[in-house]
Write a new protein. Structure first.
Length: 289
């Protein structure tokens, strides 16, 4: 059982014994395992670079993956990694001390991308795009140096929904962060095992475990971010109709190209009575069937 105390991973030492926390923990583990299995994330013997920012989401990711591995349910090698981006006041000793104490193999990398972002981004513009590109490039490099097959990120269900609506409102496309993809160079997988997990559950879990959470003082300090506006919109919808986020996420898993308007993914030109029926995949290009 997940709440047995004699075979628990050190990352769960001191876990609350309340029924509420046990249910929360089991739900997160179950949803993470479901995402891993649904999207075929595991190849036995792989080596995963588990990226840590020090935020609630990455702590949750680290703990759950090690729990699954501890239980023999995740046959991969895990290497935790924190990229110290040189932000002023960043508590550089917190993560290495925590990971050492927990017995978690890890690599701490220092790269001053903060100065580059502040120098290159005009005043009043958001840092997110350039910051994420620089961070991603360094993480890919580290993964290659460490012989990893995948870069594993802590994005959860709410991140995926917010990105979808940002693309819808501001990018003019239906797209989001997928649970699994291949990087542009084609040599690494990018995985998001928390794709089915709610942000609220990550928050409750990390706080309950008293993990040393490090706030982001670069992106998180900027006002008026598009993502924050979308988050507020989703929060309002959720408060008015509880469960709305779950319904919207299920929609991302239930796409009907014949009921959209993109001729690149559905053959509208050749759609005719007796040919392809609306709502089926018969009108899809062969590569998408």
């Amino acid at each position: 059982m997940l709440d047995d105390l004699d075979d628990i991973h050190p990352l769960f030492h001191g876990a609350p014994t309340s029924t509420e926390f046990k249910k929360l923990r089991k739900r997160i583990v179950r949803e993470t395992r479901e995402a891993i299995e649904t999207y075929g994330m595991v190849n036995r013997g792989d080596r995963w670079l588990v990226c840590l920012s020090g935020g609630k989401d990455s702590y949750t990711l680290l703990a759950v993956l090690h729990e699954l591995k501890w239980r023999g349910l995740l046959p991969v090698d895990l290497l935790a990694c924190n990229l110290d981006q040189g932000q002023p006041g960043f508590p550089a000793t917190v993560l290495p001390e925590f990971l050492t104490q927990m017995g978690v193999p890890h690599r701490i990398e220092y790269q001053d991308t903060y100065s580059i972002v502040v120098d290159k981004v005009p005043q009043g513009r958001t840092y997110c795009s350039l910051c994420s590109r620089l961070r991603r490039g360094n993480l890919y490099r580290i993964a290659r140096e460490e012989g990893c097959t995948a870069v594993v990120l802590g994005h959860h269900r709410d991140d995926i929904l917010e990105t979808f609506f940002m693309n819808l409102f501001h990018g003019g496309r239906l797209a989001t962060m997928p649970p699994k993809l291949v990087n542009e160079d084609g040599d690494l997988m990018v995985l998001r095992p928390l794709s089915f997990v709610a942000e609220q559950d990550c928050e409750k879990f990390a706080r309950s475990m008293n993990y040393p959470i490090i706030p982001c003082d670069l992106c998180g300090s900027q006002e008026g971010l598009q993502r924050m506006q979308v988050k507020k919109l989703l929060d309002d919808w959720e408060s008015r109709t509880p469960g709305r986020r779950n319904v919207m996420f299920r929609a991302l898993q239930n796409v009907r190209p014949s009921h959209l308007a993109d001729p690149a993914i559905f053959d509208f030109l050749n759609l005719a009575p007796g040919a392809a029926q609306p709502g089926t995949d018969e009108g899809l290009p062969p590569a998408l069937r």
